[in-house]
Design a protein around this ligand. Structure first.
Ligand code: DOR
Length: 442
């Protein structure tokens, strides 16, 4: 039982369409859709004029705890999530120490239980030698492989090690696909790079293409579910189209909204791995989202301090924060006619829940968890560094005015963000996975 909340008068949005009606929430779950007016409720939230979406599931974030907590920690990152309409996150293993054993995975889960206001899950990272750990892990969305190094020292590049991981594990796998040899050769040719623009020449189209082809070849031959993180090039959208019921792919806001032309204005603030690409690539990424070659949008939220970012290239680290603004960026895009609201819900809520076999989330449906976000499509607001809740305190979109913002976020039926404030006393729950479901194509 517990408190009953009626969310009244919103237009509810699902991938399949919209309807205007009330939603009744009890005990952290959605109890009823369109309940009779006589249904008892302890609290009514007047959502007239607003849209109700399932909470965003962000399947790729770097929250820096343990070990790198001068950049971010699980509390600050989760506040940023709540403000941004993200009700569940899956975090990457390149913390210090890395999440490469079951023990460390469980330590992170225990830490998040004490600190995170939203729901959480953590990947287990692959190394060339930790196959037993990745086989023993159960409380996780899946295995993360860095096929190509990025921030931190997690890298699995040798073919034999990759073959073993794909052959001998059963959890879904995702990977950072940039070919290490190509990146190193490009870097040597450019003497390591001196201008920020060199970053996109070092981590070039070919590096992404080679690594993505290599990963898909492994997935096909071992009949293993595989999710391509942060697709950044047009050519990769053609490769992932051949999904064979195994492959899913995702795009990130920075690859959808920035191009190499923005380096002049933003410098290393938009230095990311994979690198920012051309406007032609951006156009194809949008097309691939539209026709279903790419199913998911996730942020790759990767905070570094401004001081770290302002070092001259190539000393400047790769990564930018985004969980706080990703939904607003997409609502603004929908307002501008780049996509529909239904597509935003499909890409940010429904698809990631399905890809990772997440139980009870990603939809507004009876029995589903009441992880919900109310958005005001008419609200215009300018992103400002001083308003950011992420510990790093900046956004590459600072100065940008977006129309369409989350105004209230509920996690398990509790209001965690409203009136511009996060209830930092709330605690989210561990995400539950049922990997027998077979993922997005299952
Ligand atoms: O630019 C990036 N930064 N890409 C990644 O894959 C890792 C991330 C980080 O952790 O800083």
């Amino acid at each position: 039982m517990g408190k009953r909340v009626r969310i009244s008068g919103a237009e509810c949005v699902l991938p399949s369409g919209r309807w205007r009606g009330d939603v009744l929430v009890e005990g952290g779950r959605i109890l009823d859709l369109d309940p009779p007016a006589s249904a008892r409720a302890d609290q009514t939230i007047d959502a007239t004029g607003l849209h109700l979406l399932p909470g965003v599931v962000d399947d790729q974030v770097h929250f820096r705890e343990p070990g790198l907590t001068h950049k971010e920690d699980l509390a600050t990152a989760s506040w940023a999530c709540a403000k941004g309409g993200v009700t569940t996150f899956f975090e990457m293993p390149n913390t210090k120490p890395t999440t490469t054993t079951v023990e460390r995975l469980h330590e992170k889960l225990a830490l998040a239980a004490t600190k995170s206001v939203v729901n959480y899950g953590f990947y287990i990272g692959a190394t060339p030698t930790n196959i037993e750990e990745t086989r023993a892990a159960t409380r996780t969305p899946g295995i993360k492989i860095f096929i190509g190094s990025s921030t931190g020292d997690l890298l699995v590049d040798e073919q034999a090690a990759l073959e073993r991981i794909f052959a001998e594990t059963t959890l879904p796998i995702c990977a950072h696909c940039e070919d290490e040899a190509t990146v190193r050769a490009n870097s040597a040719r450019l003497n390591g790079g001196t201008r920020i623009q060199d970053h996109s020449l070092i981590r070039d189209h070919l590096a992404a293409e080679i690594a993505t082809r290599r990963a898909l070849d492994l997935a096909y031959r071992h009949n293993h579910r595989f999710h391509v993180l942060h697709v950044s090039t047009a050519i990769e959208t053609e490769i992932v189209a051949d999904h064979r019921g195994l492959i899913t792919a995702e795009a990130c806001p920075h690859h959808l909204f920035f191009t190499v032309d923005d380096y002049e204005r933003l410098g290393s603030l938009i230095q990311m791995n994979p690198s920012i690409k051309t406007k032609e690539d951006v156009a194809v990424l949008w097309k691939a989202l539209g026709d279903g070659r790419i199913q998911v949008i996730a942020t790759d939220h990767a905070p570094h301090t401004l001081e770290e970012k302002r070092q001259p290239y190539p000393k400047s680290p790769s990564g930018l924060p985004a969980v706080e603004n990703s939904l607003a960026l997409m609502l603004d895009a929908a307002n501008r006619g780049l996509c529909t609201l239904e597509q935003v819900v499909a890409w940010m809520c429904d698809a990631p829940a399905r890809v990772w076999d997440l139980v009870g989330k990603g939809r507004i449906e009876r029995g589903y968890d009441a992880d919900l976000v109310l958005v005001d499509l008419n609200k215009s607001q300018t992103i400002r560094n001083e308003d950011q809740l992420t510990k790093c305190g900046w956004s590459p979109w600072a100065g940008t005015t977006l129309t369409g913002w989350p105004v209230m976020t509920l996690v398990h039926g509790e209001v965690v963000f409203a009136d511009g404030k996060v209830d930092t006393s709330h605690r989210g729950k561990e995400a539950i996975f049922d990997h027998s479901r077979g993922g997005y194509w299952g």
